[in-house]
Design a protein around this ligand. Structure first.
Ligand SMILES: Cc1cc2nc3c(=O)[nH]c(=O)nc-3n(C[C@H](O)[C@H](O)[C@H](O)COP(=O)(O)O)c2cc1C
Length: 335
């Protein structure tokens, strides 16, 4: 296999989305050529009632359509999260919509849930041979009005339920207009109660409980985080994923590229995402498991997320800059 240190300069010569599409196509078509990095052995980590072989997973958004899970599954991850998927296919925002901030080891994206729709995702999963833990991340179509958003989440939940190890409810992307308003108390209350009721029905129908995780934004203040923690507890949500990308540009004000609208991820997000994680850990006091994501680009950063109270860690932007070596390093640092 070509080492990532050699591949990266070639990929970075291409525009960021072309490089991404080529990587997904390569992982999808040539997965059998990749050596299998088996997850590091050790006692499994039980989270949401599932046994994870290690603490490190792939964050949502890299494989939105579940096209490359056989290739990604060979990189050693203890779980993969695919999506965000919406009920109907949609093109997302106009290109260009993905930008590298190389010196900052960061990305800005305003993809806008470009995806082939839930049926296309399920068709890909059916053809795959990956049998590890699979999270499916669900969202709403851009043209669904906010007061009908719950219908989109429920439609996706129905379809993905029999195929997912857990389902993530994404209400925190900054790139779908008003999506984050679903984090406000009244909206969240209505959404979570409908999702929990449908989860109970589907559990009966399929004879299997599929946990629900809520993915939140890093751009919440302490009282917003407290209110969400309260709702998570009352509705018995199975886990919280903190965090999605940020609309803030802390410390990047001087940088012209940082003015691109969209969600910032990677190293500059680490502190903000970890601060949210710490507040959540305090508010939830171990009652609901935490999955940490945001700016993990070293084993030490992954270990810091666990020290802040997370049970699991997910990676996205760090992988673009460091390649698969990062997965092994994070697994070793969080054993
Ligand atoms: C290009 C790109 C697309 C993303 N798409 C999604 C998505 O569809 N759903 C989602 O929940 N998060 C999405 N994310 C957010 C990541 O899952 C993650 O929460 C965020 O990037 C912070 O982690 P990182 O700093 O390790 O990248 C996306 C991130 C990037 C960079």
């Amino acid at each position: 296999m070509v080492p990532y240190a050699l591949l990266r300069p070639l990929l970075f010569r291409l525009d960021a989305e072309t490089a991404h599409d080529l990587t997904i196509a390569g992982l999808s078509r040539f997965s059998c050529l990749l050596p299998r990095t088996t997850p590091v052995a050790g006692p499994p980590i039980r989270v949401m009632g599932l046994d994870f072989p290690n603490r490190v997973g792939l964050a949502a958004g890299l494989d939105k359509n579940g096209e490359a899970i056989d290739g990604l599954g060979r990189l050693g991850f203890g779980h993969l999260e695919v999506g965000t998927v919406t009920p109907r296919p949609q093109a997302g925002n106009p290109k260009p919509r993905l930008f590298r901030l190389i010196g900052e080891r960061a990305l800005i994206n305003r993809m806008g849930f470009n995806n082939g729709g839930v049926d296309a995702l399920l068709a890909h999963l059916e053809r795959a041979s990956y049998r590890g833990i699979l999270g499916i991340n669900i969202g709403k179509n851009a043209d669904t009005p906010l007061d009908h958003a719950a219908e989109d989440y429920l439609a996706c939940l129905e379809r993905v339920f029999p195929h997912a190890s857990y389902v993530t409810v994404n209400i925190s992307s900054p790139n779908t207009r008003d999506l984050r308003k679903l984090q406000d108390s009244a909206q969240l209350e209505a959404l979570l109660s409908q999702l929990k009721a449908r989860q109970a029905e589907l559990t009966q129908r399929h004879g299997r409980y599929v946990p629900l995780a809520l993915k939140i934004a890093p751009d919440l203040d302490a009282s917003g985080i407290g209110a969400i923690a309260d709702a998570l507890r009352r509705h018995r949500i199975d886990a919280v994923i903190a965090t999605n990308t940020t609309v803030a540009r802390d410390g990047l004000a001087q940088l012209a590229e940082a003015r691109q609208p969209g969600g910032l991820s990677g190293a500059p997000l680490f502190e903000r995402a970890t601060a949210v994680l710490t507040l959540l850990a305090g508010a939830l006091a171990g009652e609901i498991p935490l999955i940490a994501v945001g700016g993990v680009d070293s084993g030490a950063a992954a270990a810091a997320k666990i020290a802040a109270g997370a049970q699991l860690v997910q990676l996205y932007t760090g992988l673009i800059f460091r390649g698969p070596e990062l997965v092994r390093e994070c697994i070793a640092a969080t054993r």
